[in-house]
Design a protein around this ligand. Sequence first.
Ligand SMILES: C[S@@+](CC[C@H](N)C(=O)[O-])C[C@H]1O[C@@H](n2cnc3c(N)ncnc32)[C@H](O)[C@@H]1O
Length: 340
Amino acid sequence: MPPQLTLFDLATGGIVARMLQQVVRLEIPDRLDRTSLTAAELAQQTGVRSDELHRMLRACVSAGVFRLDAAGRFSNNYLSRALRTGAVGSFRDPVDYFTSPEVDEVWGSLPGTLLTGEGGYEQRFGCSVWDWYAANPGAETRFARAMMSMSALDARGIGASTPFRRLKRLGDVGGGAGLVLSEILRQHPKLEGVLFDAEGVLEVARELLAARGVAGRVDLQAGSFFERVPTGCDGLFLKNILHDWDDEAVLKILGNCRAGLPLGGTLLLVEMLHDTNTANRVASLSDVHMMMATTRGRERSSEELRLLLERQGFALKKVHPLPGFQSLLEAVAVPPQGQA
Ligand SMILES: C[S@@+](CC[C@H](N)C(=O)[O-])C[C@H]1O[C@@H](n2cnc3c(N)ncnc32)[C@H](O)[C@@H]1O
């Protein structure tokens, strides 16, 4: 393939993303479930113009999303099926999040980030992403739903990991809507859980935990992990939390986790491990998204995490690879450095 064609593809990625945003907002994959329709028929259902819709969907076909037959009828293919609302493994909500106005705004700050290291929320809105979400509940829910969809891809593999078998009460710190915790609890029927996050996020969690049949085994606690974490747990679980923060904040969170756990307690981290000098399509893009959309967050290597853990009284015991792109790091609470 000539380099210009690959570069054309890369440079127009943002255009494709905008079309996918309209595809999910107009619920086109849902409308094409088990049927094929022309753009005119879809336009009638959605209230948009037929010619423009046909051209947009044809361009989506050129990017590999949907099928188009010679009679002008669109149907789902394996990519567009994964954009249906509520389908198992649906990527609808992550598309809605990654193409949202706030993510657009924040990525517009890339030149400033390259110059100063300051993330996009601080530059555009003058506050951290989490303070911005607290003031924008619609966007907070959109993010929580996107996280939940992405976490759904990992949940089963995480739940099946061995360290949960030994635990009695697990605190999911920054657990979001609770999907992963609910899967862990379903796979370990004697385990009790504490879901700890911002109040707005726990609103989404209540419904989900009830629907997953584990609400009676979960204590919901609103709070900030910069002040405290749940107590009375023999295990704490943090999935994709540390990558949101710089080393100083990570040390604060880990320090609170250590204060909340007994000696010998278990700390479980799920992170997308990333070495400094190795490029990886998913981890490297996730890393730059952390650079833009968090307060100096980043993806780290297991060695970087091991050193941070050690400074706050944890010994890294084992790294369990998970199906997909993430790893589970198992650490144990040890006496603080100098007191062993
Ligand atoms: C990247 S999401 C991960 C959610 C969940 N662990 C998962 O993997 O699906 C980060 C979570 O941290 C929560 N969070 C951010 N700042 C927090 C704080 N200071 N205290 C508690 N939770 C916080 C957010 O509300 C969000 O749910």
